[in-house]
Structure formats: C-alpha cells, structure tokens
Design a protein around this ligand. Structure first.
Ligand code: ACM
Ligand code: ZN
Length: 734
C-alpha cells in the first residue's frame, strides 16, 4: 500500500521521512485535552466523518503536542508531524504551525481511513512564501456570510493563509460604513446585471441588491478566519472602480452626476476626484475599515483608473499645477501617496494593484502584480514587497477547459497545469531582490459567476495548484503526479458536496484539414481510449463509439464526446456543431494577419466548419484591429456556388464594429479577380452583421472576400479615435 512514490498530500510537504511500522487508525482517537483548543476543535470537526475523538488527560494520548522554544522570524508556520505506531506528535513554534500540522494530519486520516493505518513517518514542513492568498469579488455578485465562511474553510484545508476580500467596485458597495449610510442604502444596489457573454451586451432586467455585510457580520467573518489562521485583507477601491460610491455621494466625483452603480462589467470614466472632501471621506471610511480588520495590509485598489474626467476637471488640473505633477498619472501617484500616508499614520500598510506604480510608488507600498509580472519585478527591484497574481496563471475567472464544455466565463484559458506551472519568483530577480516576493495569490472576479456552486467550480481544483505553488513544493515536470493527488482529493470534495470542475477529464477538440475536407481530433489529458462519441446528437454513453483517431466530418452534424473511466462518465459532455460548405477545409490565405490574442488557429479558422460562438472570441472568430480581412480561398478545382456567407460582430463597448463594406471576387488563376458582389455599410447594418449573399451561379477555382474594417472609431463611442476591431468567424459558400 505504500508502494506509490508519494503520499497523497496537497500541498506536498517539504520533507517526509517514512519510518518502520504503521499507526493503526483507531475508532476513537484520544486527543489530549491540554492541546490548544480552537485548532483542536476545528480538527475534530474536520475529521468527524473519518473517526470519533475523545478528550484524554492522559499524556500518552494518541494525539499530543509540544510547543518548541521561540523560533526565528519566518518560522511561524513551521511544524513537525510525527506518526509512530503508538502516537501522533506535533511540534511547532506557534499555534499557526500546530494548525497547519493538523491539516496535514487530516489529509492523512482521510487518505488512509479505508486501510485503517497510516505509515509511520516524520514530516518537517514550512511554506516558502508568507502570502498564500485567494481573492473573492463580492461586488459583481454577492455571497452570503455563510458562503464566505465556507470559502475560508477551503483556504484553510489547503494551507492558504490570506483571504483578499474585494468589497467595493462599480457594481456594488458591500461593506457597511456607519458614517456614510448611503454607501449601502444606495450603493449596494444596481438596476440590473449583464448576462451571457460580454459581447452579447444583454441584460437581465432584474434589480440586484441591496446586498452588503453589516459591521457585525464582518467581525464575525474576521474572527472565523482568525480561528483558521487566515488573515483577511479588505479591499476598498480607489480612485477608480468607484461608481457605486459615487451613486451614493456624487459630490466626490469630478462632474455633477447623478451616477448609478454599473450594470455592465468593465472600466468606467467616472472616478473619485482628488479633492479634500474626497480624502476626508476616504479617510473616514478607512478608519472604520481599519477598526474592523486587524490585517497589516489594507488593499486600496488603484487599478484601471481612466484619466478622462481628471483631464477635463478644473480642480484636478489645478492640483496638478500646484503640486508640480507631471500629468494625470502624477495625480494618481499623488492620490495613492496621500492615502498611504494616512494608512501608515494608523500603523498599517497599503497594498495595491500594479497601477499604483504609475507616476512613482508610495514609500512603503506593496504591489499586487496582476497585468503580468513586471509590476512585481519593478517593486522588488526598488525594495518594495510584491504579491504575484499574474492574469495568465492566477485568474480563476478564466476558463479551465475548452470553453465549449465549460460554463460561461470571463475568457482566457488557465487550466490546472498552467496554474501549477507558475513560479512566483520572476527569473529577472537576483536572490536579494527575490526576498521581496511575498507570495502568490489567485483572484476570483465574479462577473460571470452567478452563485456559490459556480464559485466552487471555478476554484476547485485550481486552488490546489495554487496551494502547492505557494507552499513552494510544486514540481511542474511531475505534473501527472500532482494530477493524481488532485484526483484523490476529489473524494474529499465529493464528501463535502463541493461542485468542483472535472475539466481535467474534459475533451478538447481540434479541426484538422484532411482529404479536401476536415477531420475532428479529440483529446483529453487522460488516456484517449476513454473517449466515446456520437454523431447523431445523442449524449455519449458506454455504448457509444470508442474514439480511435480523428473523426471525418463529411457533412453538417453535431459531434458529442465525453471521457469514461471504470465504466463511469467522468467529464462534461463536449458538444461541437459543424456547418459544412464548399469552402470547408480548403486552402485559405490572408493578406493581413489577425491580432495575436484573437488568432487561435490562424486563417484556417475561417474555413473550419465552425460558426462563431461569442463565448469563444479567441477560438471560433478571428479579430483584426484596424485591418481589413482579405481572404483568398482555393477550392482546388472549379466549383459551382451561388451563395456566400460570413458573420461579423458588433459591440461598440468593446470597440468591435461592423464592417464598412464587403466585396466578393472570383478567379480561375489567382491573379485576375472579377468583382461579383459588393455590399454597403447600410446593408451590413440591416443584416446585423449576419451576411448571406446571393451571388448568382458562379463556377470558379478561387474566391476572394474583402471585408472592410470600420476604421477609426468615430467620436462619441468608447475608444473614439482608436482603430476599430473587426471580427469574422467563417467564410462559407453554397
Ligand atoms: C484587476 O483585475 N483589475 C486587478
Ligand atoms: Zn476632478
């Protein structure tokens, strides 16, 4: 039973030594009543489903603890866990170390309860990083006190120690502030919410809120977290992401208002105006926040603050002149410095997103590096602390599997192995600078996360990868070993009725050109022999065809696939619809390439038989910023057709505009092209971008389609004066 080369523990301890013999798991574990109470009670509750426990005054109780003499700084989380045939003994410098040891012991008991014995062993363990955090946005969607407590328990289970509570944003203010009751009376509500994919620009029409935490509830959560040795870091956003606050106190803005809490997701121009009145307000708010949260750090946001209003505000321009600031970025820096000074005067420190680096970092500020790793590098090089949370690895609002078999998410693609591959210390830093990397955190923004079940889905199992990365024992070369330990943890999650993602089993599909048409290749990170599929629209079952290699797609159809193991369905069902036309799988070339973020699959995306899905902008569509689509398709032989179709998108908020015109040409030699159809902007607008053109009967070897980009975005639109985006999904002919 101990033949496996690793114990099923997450995060994996730094040091494990297996000894002779076993500890027999008793029906009733004797727990010395001299043990630290809170931590021990939590342990008893956690393992209640595995075994009973009983207080014992006896020094020979099976679970005993001894506190080590005072340790060095940084050893607060150190623990020793010794399992011997007669006893389990924990040693640590602090109660936090004791608590962490109990989490390891709980995993061992859960893992070995069936075989009733734990191998004798000695674990000596402590984390590499002091900040191991998870963030939760309660503004875009709200979660109850009870749900927040469950979330904190998940952190504790996997030895994370910091809960970053994102309490204020454009879409809602969620913390009671006694001095400013309108923040929650008005600012905790919005008229309606966006639903579906962002580019669909659709709203639910349902009022949302009032939702907020009373100060009493906040205290309760902070205490709950403290009992689990988790620090709660509150975030109060400034100067941007302030619309909910401005809806309650419009006098704090540059313009008169009125303002409303945002119903859309995104970034908004109306932000706090840096006037004395605003600073008084924020200082009063921070006074109450500091009273409620004992954390050393207070997160003051700082991200995504457009300078539009500041540029046009007489007060702001005056302030720039009076303080000899360089520009509005200097004003952002002035804002953050002033707030930092105040927070420091209360004995606390600030942490903020990358953008607090704009115009110069405040003297004692720490940076939370999210846009990439450069913010963290810059901070560390200038001897400021940093927490690494780069979007590409640490944003758990991204998809964790192929979007076609995942619930709607923000976008991006951050599967379990990607999270696991992250190294929080950028290679650009030397050893001295690396000491300023405090740790790592994952963020859960909740625009597309409607309820707590979905919160669970998005954090599990990725939280386990984060946990091991933060502990410092991740080994990306051995990802499969980690994945196996994750699969073992699924049993624990099942027992807790946690809705975790099974995306590691899910099927990914890839269209490949074949025999003048297309094949569809299916894969999973597990063995591909577990994949079964259907072509008739029915759900795959154990009776369905076993996947044996790329599946030819000769005609329009829907392929459904899923992964089975041990006679059980393990994955979500993956569904892909194909619309086959005479262009499908043919050679295609583009005169200008799409933008990097929206070019997955390249030109072939336009003839892959897949009509665009707005949830998969980067996969089923190609995006061109400021460029026309000039595509030439080679049918290989003369081909008869009478209809040409393609779709283009419109979402002005995302700078995506319909085409200005489109022209269709044919040729037999790929040199001389004949114009066969032209449509205007009005016709494209009338068709809402879904273009179906009757071109009369054609017989040609080449088709050329020229779709004209809308060009420079006109005034009065988001992104005015910038290049518009043009999105196209597929060019088909019938
Ligand atoms: C962020 O994602 N705006 C910090
Ligand atoms: Zn102003």
């Amino acid at each position: 039973m101990f033949a496996q080369n690793k114990l099923n523990l997450i995060p994996y301890p730094q040091n494990i030594k297996l000894n002779e013999g076993n500890f027999t798991i008793p029906n009733v574990l004797l727990v010395s009543s001299e043990l630290p109470k809170n931590e021990t009670d939590y342990f008893k509750k956690r393992i209640a489903s595995v075994l009973q426990s009983k207080d014992s005054k006896n020094a020979d109780a099976q679970l005993v603890y001894s506190q080590l003499p005072k340790g060095a700084a940084g050893e607060e989380e150190f623990y020793i866990l010794e399992v011997s045939p007669k006893q389990i003994r924990i040693q640590s410098y602090t109660r936090q170390g004791y608590f962490l040891a109990l989490q390891t012991l709980s995993q061992l008991l859960e893992e070995y309860k069936d075989v009733k014995k734990i191998p004798a062993l000695k674990i000596e363990d402590q984390p590499n990083f002091a900040w191991r955090g998870m963030h939760l946005d309660v503004c875009r969607h709200f979660f109850t006190v009870d749900e927040v407590k469950q979330y904190i328990d998940y952190l504790a289970m996997y030895k994370l120690n910091t809960f970053h509570w994102h309490l204020t944003d454009d879409q809602g203010w969620r913390i009671e502030i006694k001095k400013y009751p309108k923040l929650t009376q008005i600012g905790s509500k919005r008229k309606e919410s966006m639903i579906g994919a962002y580019v669909d620009n659709t709203f639910d029409g349902k009022p949302y809120g009032p939702y907020f935490y009373t100060q009493q509830q906040i205290k309760e959560v902070v205490k709950y977290a403290q009992d689990r040795h988790i620090t709660v870091v509150p975030e109060i956003e400034m100067p941007g992401h302030a619309l909910a606050a401005l809806s309650a106190y419009p006098e704090l803005a540059c313009t008169k208002g009125p303002f409303e809490a945002a119903t859309k997701w995104g970034v908004f121009d109306d932000v706090f105006c840096p006037k004395d009145e605003t600073f008084t307000f924020l200082e009063n708010v921070l006074d109450e926040v500091i009273q409620l949260f004992p954390s050393q750090y207070i997160h003051i946001g700082g991200d995504e603050c457009p300078k539009t209003r500041w540029k046009e505000c007489a007060h702001c321009q005056d302030l720039i002149r009076k303080n000899n600031l360089k520009d509005e970025h200097g004003l952002q820096s002035y804002f953050i410095h002033r707030i930092e000074k105040y927070v420091n005067s209360k004995g606390r420190k600030i942490i903020g997103w990358d953008e607090i680096l704009e115009g110069g970092l405040a003297p004692n500020a720490a940076v939370m590096s999210w846009t990439g790793v450069n913010g963290g590098i810059e901070a560390a090089k200038s001897k400021h602390f940093a927490v690494m949370t780069p979007g590409a690895y640490c944003y758990f609002d991204h998809y964790q599997g192929d979007p076609q078999s995942e619930p709607n998410a923000f976008g991006g693609f951050t599967p379990l192995d990607k999270v696991y591959s992250y190294n929080p210390v950028p290679s650009e830093l030397n050893a001295e600078q690396a000491k300023y990397i405090m740790g790592v955190q994952a963020n859960l923004w909740t625009e597309y996360i409607l309820d707590f079940k979905q919160v669970q889905y998005m954090i599990f199992p990725r939280l386990m990868a984060l946990s091991e990365v933060g502990w410092g024992t991740s080994d990306p070369e051995n990802y499969k070993d980690f994945e196996n330990r994750v699969i073992t943890q699924f049993k624990v999650l099942d027992k807790m009725k946690i809705n975790y993602a099974k995306s590691i089993y899910n099927i990914s599909g890839k269209v490949i050109p074949a025999n003048n048409g297309i094949d569809y290749e299916l894969s999973t990170s597990q063995s591909s022999s577990g994949i079964r599929y259907t072509l008739d629209g029915t759900a795959p079952s154990l009776n369905s065809k076993i996947y044996q290699g790329p599946v030819p797609i000769p005609s329009s159809l829907t392929i459904k696939s899923a992964y089975f193991e041990d006679g059980q369905l393990k994955s979500a069902v993956s569904t892909q619809e194909f619309t086959i036309s005479k262009t499908t799988g043919k050679n295609i070339s583009l005169e200008q390439q799409p933008s990097e973020n929206y070019s997955f699959g390249g030109a072939f995306t336009l003839v892959d038989g897949i009509i665009g899905n707005t949830r998969q902008l980067g996969k089923t569509w190609l995006g061109f910023q400021g460029k026309d689509v000039i595509a030439t398709i080679d049918f290989g032989q003369k081909t008869v057709f009478s209809e040409v179709y393609f779709n283009t998108l419109e979402n002005k908020g995302s700078w995506i505009h319909l085409a200005k015109s489109a022209k269709i040409f044919v040729s037999d030699d790929n040199k001389n092209f004949k114009l066969i159809k032209e449509i205007s902007k009005e016709e494209i607008q009338n068709a809402k971008g879904k273009i179906r053109l009757n071109v009369g009967t054609q017989n040609a070897k080449y088709l050329k389609v020229n779709i004209e980009n809308a060009g420079i975005i006109p005034p009065g639109n988001p992104g005015a004066d910038s290049n518009a985006w043009l999105f196209v999904d597929e060019i088909g002919v019938n």
